[in-house]
Design a protein around this ligand. Structure first.
Ligand code: FMN
Length: 167
């Protein structure tokens, strides 16, 4: 790469995405207690319909990286247009991201958030090295979806969809 990182970031940021929060239940190990983990993610995408597979990438330097290496499942929450504050919360350091949130529980104690457009419960099928990120391929075990408008992320900022209705 000859161009600086800032330019690559700007180029990648021209690809508009939805915004998700991915959560997992860290089962813990000899040195770590079990805990809920989650982070804001826009690298999510669909992979396959048959079998149903999705993927997203976690930065190796993310605080929850080891937890996602240990977890058996993750849940992807596609955020609604009115969930910008929740997106910011799950990208903030040094706070209890789950404080005060009403949670449901999925397989293996997976923490499930409410109020989102779509929710996928996935079993981690495969992990692939991807440079400074790890690619987490998930098999969709359950999902629920609605017609609510999603939150959009473009060029480092949040956007709303324009529901023109015109085809
Ligand atoms: C819109 C948005 C999208 C993000 N997408 C990703 C992503 O796909 N993968 C990732 O590892 N971090 C992503 N992040 C950054 C993480 O949410 C944030 O760095 C993470 O919560 C790290 O904090 P921690 O190290 O305290 O866990 C994104 C942040 C924002 C605001």
């Amino acid at each position: 790469m000859t161009k600086p990182h800032a330019e690559l970031r700007r180029a990648l940021g021209s690809f508009a995405t939805g915004v998700t929060i991915v959560t997992a239940r860290d089962p813990g190990d000899a040195e770590h207690a079990a805990a809920d983990v989650g982070l804001t993610v826009n690298s999510f995408s669909s992979v396959s319909l048959e079998p149903p597979l999705v993927q997203w990438c976690i930065a190796r330097r993310a605080a929850s990286f080891a937890a996602f290496e240990r977890a058996s499942h993750y849940s992807v929450h596609v955020l609604a247009a009115d969930q910008q504050a929740l997106s910011a919360r799950f990208a903030s350091h040094g706070i209890d991201r789950f404080a005060g949130l009403e949670l449901e529980r999925g397989p293996a104690g997976l923490p499930l958030l409410g109020g989102c457009v779509t929710r996928f419960v996935c079993r981690i099928e495969q992990r692939y090295a991807g440079g400074d990120h790890l690619i987490l391929l998930g098999a969709v075990e359950q999902f629920e979806t609605s017609d609510a408008d999603p939150l959009v992320y473009l060029r480092g900022g949040y956007r709303q969809v324009l529901s023109s209705g015109a085809g």
